[in-house]
Design a protein around this ligand. Structure first.
Ligand SMILES: *Cc1c(COP(=O)(O)O)cnc(C)c1O
Length: 362
């Protein structure tokens, strides 16, 4: 064994990211509600584009993603030259950390923030710093108080995962105004499409030099397995990230399928309206059982139980019935379960099991 061969400091502090479980041994009728995926899958246009893309697999992909960026810009009213595409928004988060944070620098995020912020910060050799939240909601004051002269990046998911809560744009503006000069604010908009009238922070990006927005095709667009996300920022930031980005980071298939998904209005509007309908239904029914939730602005509900053992027991009851939800102890919420809003049948199954569980406890 060689003890001389060692990774850079910080790498061994990374706990491996555990994705949502996808199967239960010996069961066929499993419903996966652990990764906030669109229960309707990809739309018809994306499926057709995927089938077509197979014919050109011998060709290298276009390296500038021009067509996809133009379509994103068109759909969301943005400037195409200030968009960068990546293998999921995870890759954009990683580019940001690699480009802006290194040894001695701090990467700041909130208490129940997305685990990839910590992982990407450690990969870059930077120091992750956590600011407390107030009642599972981002606390702008606490984030500002945690800033130092070493803070390089501040990540805020809005709405946040796994809490589903969000803060108003006025609060984000206050944060951007109050940050130290060397810090870049990253607004992670993985769930922005689920919020009616919310631009994910795009207008803030346009108005400032210190704000970047990240978005994804993994949630509403139903393409988590494809791995496509994007970022929107001031030109100086996008120019930097493009130097870090590998020229062929997105395959032709990724680009073409994402492009098709972007224009599938029928699929998107059905996905949105069903999510809103079943999210209210599930929230109401859980609350009536005495299971507390915050108001969710995304495609999942965080169900809070009396304590961690009760959450664990409920999780076991759901698993026994073929329902996989997400335990969120690694996000500092051991008393809660994050349940993706599935289709109506899935939501009814979830409620049926939780009802039985709660009644048996009485
Ligand atoms: C799901 C999610 C993402 C998206 O990750 P991808 O790499 O685009 O699949 C980003 N941020 C948060 C907070 C998420 O929940």
């Amino acid at each position: 064994m060689s003890t001389a061969i060692r990774p850079r400091p910080g790498i061994l502090e990374i706990e491996l990211y555990q994705g949502g479980k996808a199967s239960i041994a010996g069961r066929e009728d499993v419903v996966k509600l652990s990764s906030n995926e669109n229960p309707f899958g990809p739309g018809d246009l994306a499926r057709a584009a995927y089938a077509r893309a197979g014919h050109d697999l011998h060709r290298y992909p276009g390296g500038d993603h021009a067509e996809l960026r133009a379509a994103i810009a068109g759909r969301f009213g943005l400037q195409a030259q200030r968009i960068i595409c990546g293998a999921g928004s995870d890759e954009i988060i990683s580019f940001l950390c690699q480009a802006y944070a290194g040894p001695g620098d701090e990467v700041l995020y909130s208490q129940h923030g997305f685990l990839m912020y910590r992982i990407s910060a450690l990969v870059a050799g930077a120091t992750p710093v956590v600011a407390p939240e107030q009642d599972r909601t981002t606390d702008i004051e606490a984030i500002l108080a945690a800033c130092t002269k070493r803070t390089k990046l501040v990540f805020i998911a809005n709405p946040n995962n796994p809490t589903g809560t969000m803060v108003p744009l006025s609060e984000l503006e206050r944060l951007a105004d109050g940050l130290p000069n060397q810090a870049l604010l990253v607004l992670d908009g993985a769930y922005a499409e689920y919020v009616d009238g919310y631009d994910g922070g795009a207008a803030m990006v346009d108005a400032r030099q210190n704000v970047v927005m990240t978005r994804t095709f993994s949630k509403l667009f139903g393409l988590g397995g494809l791995r496509v996300g994007w970022g929107y920022g001031p030109q100086h930031v996008i120019d930097v990230l493009n130097r870090v980005r590998g020229p062929f980071n997105l395959s032709t298939t990724q680009q073409e399928v994402a492009l098709a998904a972007l224009g599938d209005d029928a699929h998107l509007s059905r996905s949105l309206s069903e999510n809103a309908r079943m999210r209210s239904w599930l929230t109401e029914k859980l609350n009536a059982l005495g299971v507390a939730t915050d108001v969710s602005h995304a495609n999942f509900v965080l169900a809070r139980f009396a304590n961690a053992p009760q959450a664990e027991a409920c999780n076991a009851a759901l698993l026994a019935d073929g329902l996989i939800v997400r335990q969120v102890a690694s996000y500092g919420l051991p008393e809660a379960l994050r349940i993706t809003v599935g289709d109506e049948a899935a939501c009814r199954r979830v409620l049926h099991v939780i009802t039985g569980f709660i009644e048996a406890q009485r």
